[in-house]
Design a protein around this ligand. Structure first.
Ligand code: SDX
Length: 393
């Protein structure tokens, strides 16, 4: 049954939630948002239209899309006092640390959209989060490099606005390349949702307690940060740089196979996909396009990535364990070529996934049966015993 998620720790309790949002077939390497294959959406749609689809279940008419885009655009600015909030962080703080703090504090600035029992407030909170996450991510980046914040420019489309807020400076005009903006928009779409992954389950679990939506999304951002999850795009590019050249690949392949070596091939493997991650295929094509667009032809990192993928896909160990490149394997190459530091890779994943987190959170809030609730455990600790005072121990 499409989208059935059953959480069973194998012991005493089973929490399950049906979902109509995203379907993954890990063996076939299929991913659908509301029934539409990710390949078609990445090729023919754009991120805000995909946001509408994930939130409301259907592709919008032209009027519905125009209205939705207008509502999001009108919420792109953040409360001016939030600028001071950023100044409490060290300049060298990881942008994910800043985003967890700032998004979690949004309930202190937007308390008129925190009452989850009010459908109108849930809707406003959803629009605010989709609209403001790019602004907050760009502010976290600007703050980390000591440049002034750049306000959203609502003449620009969503992806162009984000690039402008990241790369323009008061001293000179920044012209957003439409082809680069389209590649950025495609990356947002590819990361928009992915069924019950760790961070989405975190958002659902936080939401099941009735916490406000801003706190729930901050919890999701915190979970996504881990290198086994959304932090893999940063870890993958750093790994590719560490490998450095095609000649060094065999050494790292051997390490990845060595049970006593904690090294893993970042950007490889997946809890669900035991075939190619369909997003990785699109991302690989996009990497070629973006590097070509930017005139970067002999990118050593891309050469290492392609040769590593080729060798790994022919290696019995990886084939037997069904380890394929995942969404994080190529994304870092594109983002680095665009000019982002590795520390911004996961914040970009987080802003893209915000719509997926919100859609799943709204689905759960709307159906009390769908709460993950409180998982149980199988206790394997000490038998019951009496207290012994410290003099007797
Ligand atoms: C994301 O859930 C989602 O949907 C997540 C995500 C999303 O959109 O939300 O898709 C985004 O998080 C993608 C994954 C990004 N993470 C990485 O690229 C980090 C590197 N990959 C791994 O750490 C690992 O593959 C996981 C965490 C992703 C999955 O771990 P599992 O479930 O242990 O992997 P598995 O069951 O498929 O492992 C099978 C075997 C194991 O060996 P054995 O215990 O059977 O001997 O393969 C080994 C693993 O040790 N293995 C790897 C490996 N990944 C798994 N060996 C070397 N390199 C790897 N990358």
């Amino acid at each position: 049954q499409a989208g059935v998620f059953t959480y069973d720790p194998g012991f005493t309790s089973t929490a399950s939630c049906d979902s109509t949002i995203t379907y993954i077939d890990g063996d076939k390497g299929e991913l659908w948002y509301r029934g539409y294959p990710i390949e078609q959406l990445a090729d023919q749609s754009h991120y805000l239209e995909v946001c509408y689809l994930l939130l409301y279940g259907e592709l919008p008419s032209a009027e519905q899309l125009a209205d939705f885009e207008s509502r999001v655009t009108r919420h792109t600015m953040v409360h001016e006092q939030m600028h001071n909030f950023f100044r409490g962080f060290r300049r060298d703080a990881h942008p994910m640390a800043t985003m967890v703090g700032v998004v979690g504090a949004m309930s202190a600035f937007y308390h008129d959209s925190t009452d989850i029992s009010d459908p109108w407030q849930r809707e406003v909170a959803s629009i605010r989060l989709i609209a403001k996450l790019p602004t907050i991510a760009a502010m976290a980046y600007k703050y980390s490099i000591g440049q002034p914040f750049v306000y959203p420019n609502n003449e620009l489309d969503y992806a162009s606005n984000f690039l402008n807020m990241c790369f323009s400076v008061p001293a000179e005009k920044y012209n957003v390349d439409p082809a680069l903006a389209k590649a950025m928009d495609r990356i947002f779409t590819l990361h928009a949702d992915h069924e019950q992954n760790a961070s989405t389950s975190t958002v659902r679990l936080a939401g099941s307690s009735g916490a406000n939506p801003f706190a729930c999304i901050a919890a999701g951002i915190a979970c996504l940060w881990g290198p086994a999850h959304g932090g893999a795009n940063q870890a993958c590019l750093e790994m590719l740089r560490q490998i450095g050249s095609v000649e060094n690949i065999p050494e790292y392949i051997a390490r990845a196979k060595d049970k006593d070596d904690p090294f893993r091939l970042m950007g490889f493997g997946h809890r669900v996909y035991k075939n190619f991650d369909p997003r990785a295929k699109v991302m690989k094509e996009s990497a070629d396009e973006v590097l070509d667009l930017l005139g970067i032809h002999d990118n050593p990192t891309l050469q290492v990535a392609k040769e590593l993928e080729k060798i790994a896909l022919e290696d019995d160990y990886f084939v037997s364990k069904k380890l394929y490149p995942n969404v994080d394997f190529y994304s870092g190459i594109i983002l680095e070529a665009m000019g982002f530091p590795t520390s911004m890779f996961t914040p970009i994943f987080a802003l893209s996934r915000t719509v997926g987190w919100i859609s799943q959170w709204k689905e759960m809030i709307g159906d009390p049966q769908n709460k993950i609730g409180r998982p149980r455990q199988l206790y394997v600790g000490s038998e019951k015993r009496d207290y012994v005072s410290v003099g007797q121990r």
